[in-house]
Design a protein around this ligand. Structure first.
Ligand SMILES: NC(=O)c1ccc[n+]([C@@H]2O[C@H](COP(=O)([O-])OP(=O)(O)OC[C@H]3O[C@@H](n4cnc5c(N)ncnc54)[C@H](OP(=O)(O)O)[C@@H]3O)[C@@H](O)[C@H]2O)c1
Length: 278
């Protein structure tokens, strides 16, 4: 790898960005970290100016409106960030010949399949978050020729509010009930960061990739594994989605076929728990 390759990361202070940026540096990239305070992606002029000035080889676009339930009430804000913000970044990349890597989601699918989703399957989001992220994908494809769309799911990492930590915090409750009828792929930010960097390093063909943890599980089985690895004895029981209503509908089945790009979710979770700082 050439030492002078420049990468600009949006949303660098987020859960994924916080693990991705140091890893990019370890690989020898010249990394420019940006977030809302110094590059507001909803600002077209600022996006164009910063990217034109830096002329990065790659832009890894992690910035997003990520609150799935709140997006049901704040569609316009979610569109401003996930659609207009992505359009701004895509236009700036196209104008400056930068490769754009857009992080997308399993929630672009409706969950009606019973076998893992392929990159060629037709998206049909069932909530506003999924809709706005899909519109972001479409903007990337409209404005850029050189792009990777990396769809991921059920993300957890050391630098963000996430499901693993929420479940660990609940472990002292008299009873913990977790949904057992939504199936997906937990993904560790560290494994995702590696997969993104490998796409770049291997000069993979441009296009859509499914970069989620391997295998599949329900939220309930996932929680069971978290407690097992933590040696926590918890009164845990399964429940249905109907028993645990949320503002946003979720797909029942959002397993993505990752083509072997990332290892099994259980192996990743074990490493996360081992590294976890109490
Ligand atoms: N988390 C998941 O389970 C999951 C699953 C599938 C896909 N993804 C995708 O993976 C990517 C990374 O997710 P994440 O969990 O790391 O998200 P995150 O922790 O919410 O980080 C997103 C970052 O984007 C920033 N941001 C928001 N609006 C911005 C704006 N207008 N300009 C610049 N920065 C802005 C946020 O800043 P503020 O904190 O100030 O808002 C935050 O630092 C996202 O594209 C997300 O859609 C996530």
């Amino acid at each position: 790898m050439s030492e002078s390759l420049k990468v600009l990361v949006t949303g660098a202070k987020g859960m994924l960005g916080s693990d991705l940026c140091p890893m990019l540096e370890d690989y020898g990239y010249d990394v420019t970290e940006t977030d809302r305070d110094n590059l507001d992606i909803t600002n077209y002029k600022q996006s164009m100016e910063i990217i034109s000035e830096l002329t990065p080889d790659f832009v890894i676009h992690c910035a997003a409106y990520t609150n799935v339930d709140k997006a049901e009430e704040e569609l316009q804000t979610a569109l401003d960030i996930n659609l207009t913000g992505t359009e701004n970044i895509a236009k700036a990349c196209a104008a400056n010949n930068a490769v754009l890597i857009y992080i997308s989601t399993d929630y672009i699918f409706d969950g009606n399949k019973t076998t893992p989703y392929l990159t060629t399957d037709k998206p049909n989001p069932v909530n506003n978050y999924g809709l706005t992220k899909l519109k972001g994908e479409e903007a990337v494809q409209k404005y850029c020729e050189k792009y990777y769309i990396a769809r991921t799911s059920w993300l957890y990492g050391h630098h963000g509010k996430n499901f693993v930590e929420t479940m660990i915090a609940l472990a002292d409750k008299p009873q913990v009930k977790v949904v057992n009828d939504q199936i997906g792929c937990p993904t560790w930010t560290v494994d995702l960061s590696e997969a993104i960097i490998k796409l770049i390093e291997n000069k993979a063909p441009y296009g859509i990739y499914h970069t989620c943890g391997g295998g599949q599980t329900s939220w309930y089985e996932y929680t069971k594994e978290i407690y097992r690895l933590m040696n926590l004895n918890v009164n845990l029981s399964p429940c249905t989605t109907c028993e645990f209503p949320r503002l946003a509908k979720r797909p029942n089945y959002s397993v993505l076929d990752n083509g072997g790009l990332l290892r099994d979710w259980k192996l990743a979770l074990k490493d996360y728990i081992e590294l976890r700082v109490e």
